[in-house]
Design a binder for this molecule. Structure first.
Ligand SMILES: Cc1cc2nc3c(=O)[nH]c(=O)nc-3n(C[C@H](O)[C@H](O)[C@H](O)COP(=O)(O)OP(=O)(O)OC[C@H]3O[C@@H](n4cnc5c(N)ncnc54)[C@H](O)[C@@H]3O)c2cc1C
Length: 448
Protein backbone atom coordinates (compact mmCIF):
# COMPACT_ATOMS: atom_id res chain seq x y z
CA UNK A 1 0.00 0.00 0.00
CA UNK A 2 1.39 3.40 -0.98
CA UNK A 3 1.32 5.88 1.87
CA UNK A 4 2.66 9.41 1.59
CA UNK A 5 3.01 11.59 4.67
CA UNK A 6 3.24 15.24 3.67
CA UNK A 7 5.66 16.82 6.08
CA UNK A 8 6.21 20.20 4.45
CA UNK A 9 3.35 22.63 3.88
CA UNK A 10 3.41 25.87 1.89
CA UNK A 11 4.65 29.00 3.64
CA UNK A 12 4.05 32.31 1.85
CA UNK A 13 6.15 35.12 3.28
CA UNK A 14 4.83 38.70 3.29
CA UNK A 15 1.38 39.94 2.31
CA UNK A 16 0.70 39.99 -1.42
CA UNK A 17 -0.54 43.43 -2.45
CA UNK A 18 -2.74 41.84 -5.13
CA UNK A 19 -4.46 39.72 -2.54
CA UNK A 20 -4.75 42.58 -0.06
CA UNK A 21 -6.56 44.84 -2.54
CA UNK A 22 -8.76 42.04 -3.91
CA UNK A 23 -12.22 41.53 -2.46
CA UNK A 24 -13.34 38.06 -1.59
CA UNK A 25 -16.99 37.39 -2.38
CA UNK A 26 -17.48 33.84 -1.10
CA UNK A 27 -16.88 32.10 2.23
CA UNK A 28 -13.90 29.80 2.89
CA UNK A 29 -14.99 26.34 4.05
CA UNK A 30 -12.59 23.83 5.57
CA UNK A 31 -13.02 20.07 5.20
CA UNK A 32 -14.85 18.77 8.29
CA UNK A 33 -16.04 15.29 7.30
CA UNK A 34 -15.04 12.08 5.56
CA UNK A 35 -16.36 12.23 2.01
CA UNK A 36 -16.25 10.23 -1.21
CA UNK A 37 -15.83 11.82 -4.61
CA UNK A 38 -15.11 10.85 -8.20
CA UNK A 39 -12.18 13.23 -8.35
CA UNK A 40 -9.87 14.87 -5.84
CA UNK A 41 -7.73 17.84 -6.83
CA UNK A 42 -5.03 19.05 -4.46
CA UNK A 43 -3.96 22.72 -4.78
CA UNK A 44 -6.06 25.80 -5.53
CA UNK A 45 -3.71 27.67 -7.89
CA UNK A 46 -3.79 27.94 -11.69
CA UNK A 47 -3.11 24.21 -12.16
CA UNK A 48 -5.62 22.88 -9.63
CA UNK A 49 -8.46 25.25 -10.47
CA UNK A 50 -7.94 24.85 -14.23
CA UNK A 51 -7.98 21.06 -13.83
CA UNK A 52 -11.21 21.42 -11.84
CA UNK A 53 -12.84 23.55 -14.51
CA UNK A 54 -11.81 21.23 -17.31
CA UNK A 55 -13.02 18.17 -15.36
CA UNK A 56 -16.34 19.84 -14.67
CA UNK A 57 -16.72 20.40 -18.42
CA UNK A 58 -15.69 16.87 -19.37
CA UNK A 59 -17.56 15.06 -16.59
CA UNK A 60 -20.45 17.33 -15.55
CA UNK A 61 -22.14 14.60 -13.48
CA UNK A 62 -19.05 13.68 -11.44
CA UNK A 63 -18.39 14.82 -7.89
CA UNK A 64 -15.22 16.92 -7.81
CA UNK A 65 -13.53 18.02 -4.59
CA UNK A 66 -10.59 20.43 -4.37
CA UNK A 67 -8.44 20.82 -1.24
CA UNK A 68 -6.28 23.91 -0.72
CA UNK A 69 -3.80 24.16 2.14
CA UNK A 70 -4.24 27.88 2.63
CA UNK A 71 -6.81 30.23 1.10
CA UNK A 72 -7.33 30.60 -2.63
CA UNK A 73 -5.22 33.59 -3.84
CA UNK A 74 -3.00 33.74 -0.75
CA UNK A 75 -0.42 31.45 -2.38
CA UNK A 76 1.76 32.07 -5.47
CA UNK A 77 -1.32 32.17 -7.75
CA UNK A 78 -2.39 35.40 -6.03
CA UNK A 79 1.06 36.91 -5.59
CA UNK A 80 2.52 37.03 -9.11
CA UNK A 81 2.89 39.94 -11.52
CA UNK A 82 -0.02 38.82 -13.66
CA UNK A 83 1.63 38.50 -17.08
CA UNK A 84 -0.06 35.75 -19.11
CA UNK A 85 2.52 35.53 -21.87
CA UNK A 86 2.02 33.87 -25.25
CA UNK A 87 5.42 34.43 -26.92
CA UNK A 88 8.64 32.68 -25.75
CA UNK A 89 9.73 33.66 -22.28
CA UNK A 90 12.33 31.36 -20.84
CA UNK A 91 13.43 32.67 -17.46
CA UNK A 92 16.53 30.54 -17.21
CA UNK A 93 18.05 31.51 -20.55
CA UNK A 94 20.02 34.74 -20.83
CA UNK A 95 17.52 36.27 -23.25
CA UNK A 96 14.13 35.65 -24.80
CA UNK A 97 15.18 35.27 -28.45
CA UNK A 98 14.66 31.78 -29.84
CA UNK A 99 16.76 29.18 -31.65
CA UNK A 100 14.42 26.35 -32.50
CA UNK A 101 11.62 27.92 -34.51
CA UNK A 102 9.33 24.89 -34.78
CA UNK A 103 9.51 24.14 -31.06
CA UNK A 104 8.83 27.81 -30.36
CA UNK A 105 5.78 27.88 -32.60
CA UNK A 106 4.46 24.81 -30.75
CA UNK A 107 5.06 26.52 -27.44
CA UNK A 108 3.22 29.65 -28.59
CA UNK A 109 0.27 27.50 -29.73
CA UNK A 110 0.16 25.85 -26.29
CA UNK A 111 0.42 29.18 -24.47
CA UNK A 112 -2.44 30.56 -26.55
CA UNK A 113 -4.57 27.52 -25.81
CA UNK A 114 -4.16 28.27 -22.09
CA UNK A 115 -4.83 31.99 -22.61
CA UNK A 116 -8.01 31.23 -24.53
CA UNK A 117 -9.12 28.89 -21.71
CA UNK A 118 -8.56 31.80 -19.31
CA UNK A 119 -10.44 34.15 -21.64
CA UNK A 120 -13.43 31.76 -21.47
CA UNK A 121 -13.16 31.86 -17.67
CA UNK A 122 -13.20 35.67 -17.79
CA UNK A 123 -16.20 35.77 -20.15
CA UNK A 124 -18.23 33.08 -18.38
CA UNK A 125 -17.64 34.35 -14.85
CA UNK A 126 -17.97 38.03 -15.75
CA UNK A 127 -14.43 39.13 -14.80
CA UNK A 128 -13.86 42.85 -15.36
CA UNK A 129 -11.30 44.40 -17.67
CA UNK A 130 -9.26 45.30 -14.59
CA UNK A 131 -9.03 41.58 -13.74
CA UNK A 132 -8.40 40.24 -17.24
CA UNK A 133 -6.99 42.77 -19.68
CA UNK A 134 -5.79 41.62 -23.13
CA UNK A 135 -3.54 44.66 -23.40
CA UNK A 136 -0.23 43.08 -24.48
CA UNK A 137 3.09 43.80 -22.79
CA UNK A 138 6.34 45.64 -23.41
CA UNK A 139 9.88 44.35 -22.98
CA UNK A 140 11.56 47.47 -21.64
CA UNK A 141 15.26 48.28 -22.12
CA UNK A 142 17.22 50.73 -19.97
CA UNK A 143 20.77 50.07 -21.23
CA UNK A 144 22.75 49.34 -24.40
CA UNK A 145 22.74 45.70 -23.46
CA UNK A 146 18.95 45.75 -22.97
CA UNK A 147 18.49 47.39 -26.36
CA UNK A 148 20.65 44.67 -27.91
CA UNK A 149 18.63 41.91 -26.22
CA UNK A 150 15.38 43.49 -27.42
CA UNK A 151 16.79 43.69 -30.93
CA UNK A 152 17.69 39.98 -30.91
CA UNK A 153 14.21 39.23 -29.63
CA UNK A 154 12.66 41.42 -32.35
CA UNK A 155 14.59 39.54 -35.05
CA UNK A 156 13.49 36.16 -33.73
CA UNK A 157 9.85 37.30 -33.54
CA UNK A 158 10.16 38.51 -37.11
CA UNK A 159 11.52 35.13 -38.23
CA UNK A 160 8.53 33.27 -36.77
CA UNK A 161 6.06 35.86 -38.10
CA UNK A 162 4.94 37.18 -34.69
CA UNK A 163 3.44 40.66 -34.50
CA UNK A 164 5.47 43.25 -32.55
CA UNK A 165 6.19 46.98 -32.44
CA UNK A 166 9.42 48.76 -31.50
CA UNK A 167 9.05 51.72 -29.12
CA UNK A 168 11.63 54.51 -28.77
CA UNK A 169 12.64 56.38 -25.62
CA UNK A 170 9.98 59.08 -26.15
CA UNK A 171 7.22 56.52 -26.52
CA UNK A 172 8.41 54.75 -23.36
CA UNK A 173 8.44 58.09 -21.55
CA UNK A 174 4.92 58.87 -22.76
CA UNK A 175 3.65 55.48 -21.59
CA UNK A 176 5.39 55.30 -18.20
CA UNK A 177 6.16 58.92 -17.37
CA UNK A 178 9.74 57.75 -16.73
CA UNK A 179 12.90 58.81 -18.60
CA UNK A 180 14.62 55.66 -17.40
CA UNK A 181 13.83 53.52 -20.42
CA UNK A 182 15.59 53.85 -23.76
CA UNK A 183 13.38 51.59 -25.79
CA UNK A 184 10.75 48.87 -25.75
CA UNK A 185 9.37 45.98 -27.73
CA UNK A 186 5.59 45.59 -27.64
CA UNK A 187 3.88 42.25 -28.30
CA UNK A 188 0.08 42.27 -28.34
CA UNK A 189 -0.82 38.71 -27.30
CA UNK A 190 -0.16 38.91 -23.54
CA UNK A 191 -3.08 39.26 -21.15
CA UNK A 192 -2.56 41.21 -17.94
CA UNK A 193 -4.48 39.81 -14.99
CA UNK A 194 -5.07 41.02 -11.43
CA UNK A 195 -3.90 37.59 -10.24
CA UNK A 196 -5.77 37.44 -6.94
CA UNK A 197 -9.03 38.64 -8.55
CA UNK A 198 -8.64 36.19 -11.43
CA UNK A 199 -7.96 33.20 -9.21
CA UNK A 200 -10.79 34.13 -6.83
CA UNK A 201 -13.13 34.73 -9.76
CA UNK A 202 -12.25 31.29 -11.11
CA UNK A 203 -12.84 29.62 -7.72
CA UNK A 204 -16.12 31.47 -7.18
CA UNK A 205 -17.34 30.58 -10.68
CA UNK A 206 -16.50 26.92 -10.12
CA UNK A 207 -18.01 26.67 -6.66
CA UNK A 208 -21.49 25.49 -7.74
CA UNK A 209 -19.87 22.51 -9.51
CA UNK A 210 -16.73 21.85 -7.48
CA UNK A 211 -16.57 21.50 -3.69
CA UNK A 212 -13.63 23.72 -2.73
CA UNK A 213 -12.26 23.32 0.80
CA UNK A 214 -9.68 25.83 1.96
CA UNK A 215 -7.54 25.74 5.10
CA UNK A 216 -7.43 22.01 4.34
CA UNK A 217 -3.82 20.92 3.78
CA UNK A 218 -3.45 17.32 2.67
CA UNK A 219 -1.28 15.71 5.34
CA UNK A 220 -1.48 12.09 4.22
CA UNK A 221 -2.28 10.42 0.92
CA UNK A 222 -2.63 6.67 0.72
CA UNK A 223 -3.82 4.05 -1.71
CA UNK A 224 -6.62 1.94 -0.22
CA UNK A 225 -7.88 -0.74 -2.60
CA UNK A 226 -8.87 0.99 -5.85
CA UNK A 227 -9.12 4.39 -4.27
CA UNK A 228 -6.89 7.16 -2.90
CA UNK A 229 -7.60 8.59 0.52
CA UNK A 230 -6.38 12.07 1.46
CA UNK A 231 -6.47 13.17 5.09
CA UNK A 232 -6.90 16.88 5.54
CA UNK A 233 -8.09 19.04 8.39
CA UNK A 234 -10.78 17.23 10.33
CA UNK A 235 -11.84 15.00 7.49
CA UNK A 236 -10.76 12.96 4.51
CA UNK A 237 -11.57 12.57 0.82
CA UNK A 238 -11.61 9.18 -0.92
CA UNK A 239 -11.52 9.20 -4.70
CA UNK A 240 -10.32 6.80 -7.41
CA UNK A 241 -8.44 9.56 -9.20
CA UNK A 242 -6.40 12.43 -7.83
CA UNK A 243 -4.77 15.38 -9.62
CA UNK A 244 -1.93 17.12 -7.77
CA UNK A 245 -1.65 20.83 -8.66
CA UNK A 246 0.76 21.71 -5.88
CA UNK A 247 3.70 22.89 -8.01
CA UNK A 248 7.07 22.33 -6.23
CA UNK A 249 5.28 20.70 -3.28
CA UNK A 250 4.81 17.61 -5.47
CA UNK A 251 8.10 16.38 -3.97
CA UNK A 252 6.44 16.22 -0.54
CA UNK A 253 4.09 13.68 -2.12
CA UNK A 254 7.13 11.50 -2.88
CA UNK A 255 7.41 12.47 -6.58
CA UNK A 256 10.18 14.03 -8.73
CA UNK A 257 12.54 14.26 -5.76
CA UNK A 258 15.96 15.73 -6.60
CA UNK A 259 14.68 17.01 -9.94
CA UNK A 260 12.93 20.30 -9.12
CA UNK A 261 14.46 23.72 -8.46
CA UNK A 262 12.59 25.78 -5.88
CA UNK A 263 13.13 29.39 -6.83
CA UNK A 264 11.69 32.39 -5.01
CA UNK A 265 11.03 35.79 -6.49
CA UNK A 266 10.00 39.02 -4.74
CA UNK A 267 7.67 41.97 -5.27
CA UNK A 268 6.61 45.27 -3.70
CA UNK A 269 3.50 47.36 -4.35
CA UNK A 270 3.20 51.09 -3.65
CA UNK A 271 0.30 52.55 -1.74
CA UNK A 272 -2.47 54.03 -3.90
CA UNK A 273 -1.92 57.49 -5.36
CA UNK A 274 -3.78 59.82 -7.67
CA UNK A 275 -2.09 61.33 -10.69
CA UNK A 276 -2.29 64.90 -9.40
CA UNK A 277 -0.62 64.08 -6.05
CA UNK A 278 2.84 64.35 -7.56
CA UNK A 279 2.25 67.05 -10.14
CA UNK A 280 2.67 66.41 -13.85
CA UNK A 281 2.39 63.14 -15.61
CA UNK A 282 5.12 61.36 -13.62
CA UNK A 283 3.79 57.85 -14.12
CA UNK A 284 2.24 58.18 -17.58
CA UNK A 285 -0.82 56.25 -18.71
CA UNK A 286 -3.27 54.60 -16.30
CA UNK A 287 -2.09 51.06 -16.97
CA UNK A 288 1.09 49.63 -18.40
CA UNK A 289 3.09 46.44 -18.00
CA UNK A 290 6.86 46.12 -18.51
CA UNK A 291 8.97 43.02 -18.54
CA UNK A 292 12.73 43.48 -18.38
CA UNK A 293 14.66 43.15 -21.67
CA UNK A 294 17.06 41.02 -19.63
CA UNK A 295 15.13 38.14 -17.98
CA UNK A 296 17.00 38.80 -14.72
CA UNK A 297 15.90 42.46 -14.52
CA UNK A 298 12.86 44.16 -12.98
CA UNK A 299 9.22 43.62 -13.96
CA UNK A 300 7.26 46.84 -13.39
CA UNK A 301 3.53 47.33 -13.71
CA UNK A 302 1.05 50.17 -13.10
CA UNK A 303 -2.64 49.64 -12.42
CA UNK A 304 -5.39 52.20 -11.89
CA UNK A 305 -8.81 51.64 -10.37
CA UNK A 306 -11.30 54.47 -9.85
CA UNK A 307 -8.61 57.09 -10.42
CA UNK A 308 -6.24 55.58 -7.82
CA UNK A 309 -3.02 54.01 -9.12
CA UNK A 310 -0.42 51.64 -7.74
CA UNK A 311 2.93 50.48 -9.14
CA UNK A 312 4.27 46.97 -8.56
CA UNK A 313 7.92 46.05 -8.96
CA UNK A 314 9.29 42.49 -9.03
CA UNK A 315 12.99 41.65 -8.87
CA UNK A 316 15.45 38.97 -7.78
CA UNK A 317 15.45 35.20 -7.83
CA UNK A 318 16.86 32.92 -5.13
CA UNK A 319 17.14 29.14 -4.97
CA UNK A 320 15.73 27.84 -1.68
CA UNK A 321 15.30 24.06 -1.54
CA UNK A 322 13.74 24.45 1.93
CA UNK A 323 10.71 25.94 0.12
CA UNK A 324 10.56 28.95 2.39
CA UNK A 325 12.20 32.34 2.78
CA UNK A 326 12.47 34.64 5.80
CA UNK A 327 10.76 37.98 6.49
CA UNK A 328 14.28 39.40 6.77
CA UNK A 329 15.08 38.36 3.19
CA UNK A 330 11.85 39.93 1.95
CA UNK A 331 12.71 43.18 3.77
CA UNK A 332 16.23 43.19 2.29
CA UNK A 333 14.94 42.72 -1.26
CA UNK A 334 12.24 45.36 -0.63
CA UNK A 335 15.00 47.87 0.18
CA UNK A 336 16.68 47.06 -3.16
CA UNK A 337 13.33 47.38 -4.92
CA UNK A 338 12.87 50.83 -3.37
CA UNK A 339 16.16 51.88 -5.00
CA UNK A 340 15.16 50.43 -8.40
CA UNK A 341 11.80 52.19 -8.14
CA UNK A 342 13.34 55.56 -7.16
CA UNK A 343 15.75 55.37 -10.10
CA UNK A 344 12.76 55.01 -12.43
CA UNK A 345 10.47 57.52 -10.71
CA UNK A 346 12.65 60.15 -9.03
CA UNK A 347 9.59 62.30 -8.23
CA UNK A 348 7.96 59.58 -6.16
CA UNK A 349 10.46 59.10 -3.32
CA UNK A 350 7.79 59.95 -0.77
CA UNK A 351 5.37 57.32 -2.07
CA UNK A 352 5.48 54.39 0.39
CA UNK A 353 5.70 50.74 -0.60
CA UNK A 354 2.65 49.33 1.16
CA UNK A 355 3.23 45.62 0.59
CA UNK A 356 6.31 43.45 0.04
CA UNK A 357 6.24 39.71 -0.42
CA UNK A 358 7.92 36.61 -1.82
CA UNK A 359 6.54 33.64 -3.73
CA UNK A 360 7.70 30.24 -4.93
CA UNK A 361 8.33 29.06 -8.48
CA UNK A 362 9.32 25.61 -9.64
CA UNK A 363 11.85 25.16 -12.44
CA UNK A 364 13.38 22.08 -14.00
CA UNK A 365 16.84 22.07 -15.57
CA UNK A 366 15.48 20.93 -18.91
CA UNK A 367 12.47 23.34 -18.77
CA UNK A 368 9.84 20.60 -18.78
CA UNK A 369 6.86 20.15 -16.46
CA UNK A 370 6.55 17.43 -13.82
CA UNK A 371 3.57 15.87 -15.56
CA UNK A 372 1.89 12.53 -15.94
CA UNK A 373 0.35 9.58 -14.11
CA UNK A 374 2.94 9.17 -11.39
CA UNK A 375 1.19 6.26 -9.65
CA UNK A 376 -2.00 4.45 -10.61
CA UNK A 377 -4.80 7.04 -10.58
CA UNK A 378 -2.47 9.78 -9.29
CA UNK A 379 -1.73 12.57 -11.77
CA UNK A 380 0.75 15.43 -11.54
CA UNK A 381 0.22 18.89 -13.09
CA UNK A 382 3.25 20.52 -11.51
CA UNK A 383 6.46 22.49 -12.14
CA UNK A 384 5.51 25.49 -14.24
CA UNK A 385 9.01 26.76 -15.03
CA UNK A 386 8.24 30.22 -13.73
CA UNK A 387 5.34 31.08 -16.00
CA UNK A 388 2.49 29.42 -14.20
CA UNK A 389 -0.34 31.79 -15.09
CA UNK A 390 -0.15 30.16 -18.51
CA UNK A 391 1.87 26.94 -18.05
CA UNK A 392 0.03 25.75 -14.94
CA UNK A 393 -3.31 26.57 -16.57
CA UNK A 394 -2.22 24.34 -19.44
CA UNK A 395 -0.88 21.64 -17.09
CA UNK A 396 -4.25 21.56 -15.27
CA UNK A 397 -6.17 21.30 -18.54
CA UNK A 398 -3.88 18.56 -19.83
CA UNK A 399 -4.02 16.59 -16.56
CA UNK A 400 -7.83 16.59 -16.70
CA UNK A 401 -7.75 15.44 -20.34
CA UNK A 402 -5.19 12.74 -19.56
CA UNK A 403 -6.99 11.46 -16.47
CA UNK A 404 -10.34 11.23 -18.29
CA UNK A 405 -8.80 9.62 -21.40
CA UNK A 406 -9.75 12.61 -23.58
CA UNK A 407 -7.39 12.38 -26.55
CA UNK A 408 -6.13 15.42 -28.49
CA UNK A 409 -3.03 16.30 -30.53
CA UNK A 410 -2.15 18.86 -27.80
CA UNK A 411 -2.22 16.17 -25.12
CA UNK A 412 -0.11 13.84 -27.28
CA UNK A 413 2.60 16.48 -27.53
CA UNK A 414 2.30 17.56 -23.93
CA UNK A 415 2.56 14.11 -22.36
CA UNK A 416 5.45 13.08 -24.57
CA UNK A 417 7.87 15.54 -23.00
CA UNK A 418 10.83 14.06 -21.11
CA UNK A 419 10.76 14.11 -17.33
CA UNK A 420 12.70 16.72 -15.36
CA UNK A 421 16.38 15.76 -15.19
CA UNK A 422 18.20 15.27 -11.90
CA UNK A 423 19.90 18.14 -10.09
CA UNK A 424 23.36 17.78 -8.58
CA UNK A 425 23.25 16.82 -4.89
CA UNK A 426 23.01 19.53 -2.22
CA UNK A 427 24.83 21.71 -1.30
CA UNK A 428 26.36 21.70 -4.81
CA UNK A 429 23.01 22.58 -6.42
CA UNK A 430 22.42 25.39 -3.89
CA UNK A 431 25.85 26.89 -4.47
CA UNK A 432 25.75 26.46 -8.24
CA UNK A 433 22.23 27.75 -8.87
CA UNK A 434 22.51 30.73 -6.52
CA UNK A 435 25.91 31.72 -7.96
CA UNK A 436 24.64 31.60 -11.54
CA UNK A 437 21.50 33.59 -10.63
CA UNK A 438 23.51 36.24 -8.79
CA UNK A 439 26.02 36.64 -11.63
CA UNK A 440 23.20 36.99 -14.15
CA UNK A 441 21.46 39.54 -11.93
CA UNK A 442 24.63 41.60 -11.64
CA UNK A 443 25.06 41.44 -15.40
CA UNK A 444 21.48 42.74 -15.82
CA UNK A 445 22.73 46.03 -14.26
CA UNK A 446 20.32 48.92 -15.00
CA UNK A 447 17.64 46.49 -16.20
CA UNK A 448 17.22 45.39 -12.57
C1 LIG B 1 6.36 37.74 -7.33
C2 LIG B 1 5.98 36.75 -8.41
C3 LIG B 1 5.76 37.20 -9.71
C4 LIG B 1 5.37 36.28 -10.69
N1 LIG B 1 5.01 36.76 -11.91
C5 LIG B 1 4.49 35.91 -12.84
C6 LIG B 1 3.96 36.42 -14.05
O1 LIG B 1 3.91 37.62 -14.29
N2 LIG B 1 3.49 35.52 -14.95
C7 LIG B 1 3.47 34.17 -14.70
O2 LIG B 1 3.03 33.40 -15.55
N3 LIG B 1 3.92 33.68 -13.53
C8 LIG B 1 4.41 34.51 -12.60
N4 LIG B 1 4.82 34.02 -11.38
C9 LIG B 1 4.74 32.57 -11.15
C10 LIG B 1 3.31 32.11 -10.83
O3 LIG B 1 2.82 32.73 -9.70
C11 LIG B 1 3.33 30.62 -10.59
O4 LIG B 1 3.96 30.03 -11.69
C12 LIG B 1 1.93 30.04 -10.44
O5 LIG B 1 1.31 30.53 -9.29
C13 LIG B 1 2.00 28.52 -10.40
O6 LIG B 1 0.67 28.04 -10.36
P1 LIG B 1 0.38 26.60 -9.77
O7 LIG B 1 -1.08 26.42 -9.73
O8 LIG B 1 1.20 25.61 -10.50
O9 LIG B 1 1.00 26.63 -8.31
P2 LIG B 1 0.62 27.53 -7.07
O10 LIG B 1 0.05 28.81 -7.50
O11 LIG B 1 1.83 27.51 -6.19
O12 LIG B 1 -0.56 26.68 -6.39
C14 LIG B 1 -0.29 25.49 -5.71
C15 LIG B 1 -1.24 25.44 -4.53
O13 LIG B 1 -1.07 24.19 -3.89
C16 LIG B 1 -1.29 24.38 -2.52
N5 LIG B 1 -0.70 23.25 -1.78
C17 LIG B 1 0.60 22.91 -1.65
N6 LIG B 1 0.73 21.83 -0.86
C18 LIG B 1 -0.53 21.47 -0.49
C19 LIG B 1 -1.07 20.44 0.33
N7 LIG B 1 -0.28 19.55 0.98
N8 LIG B 1 -2.42 20.38 0.50
C20 LIG B 1 -3.24 21.26 -0.14
N9 LIG B 1 -2.78 22.26 -0.91
C21 LIG B 1 -1.44 22.37 -1.09
C22 LIG B 1 -0.62 25.70 -2.23
O14 LIG B 1 -1.10 26.32 -1.04
C23 LIG B 1 -0.94 26.51 -3.48
O15 LIG B 1 -2.07 27.34 -3.32
C24 LIG B 1 5.25 34.90 -10.39
C25 LIG B 1 5.49 34.45 -9.08
C26 LIG B 1 5.84 35.37 -8.11
C27 LIG B 1 6.06 34.86 -6.71
Amino acid sequence: MTHHVIKRLPIDTGVSGWEAISERAFPATALEHDIRADWLIVGGGFAGLSAARRLSQLRPQDKIVLLEAREVAKGPAGRNSGFMIDVPHNLSSGEYSVDDEEATKDEIRQNRLAISFAADVAAEYGLTRETFDPAGKVNAAASDRGLGLNDNYRKSLERIGEEHRVLDADQMREMTGSRYYRGGLYTPGAVMIQPADYIRGLARGLSPKVAIHEHSPVLELSREGRSWKAKAGRGSVSAPKVILGVNGHIQSFGQFRGRLMHIFTYASMTSAFSQNEFGGDVTGADRWALLPADPMGATVRKITTDGRSRIVIRTRFTYDPSLQVSEKRVAGVAAEQRRSFDARFPGLESLPMEYSWAGALCLSRNHVPAFGEVEEGLFSACCENGLGTVKSTLAGMMAADFATGTASPELDKYKNQPEPVRLPPEPIAWLGVNSVIRLQELRAGREG
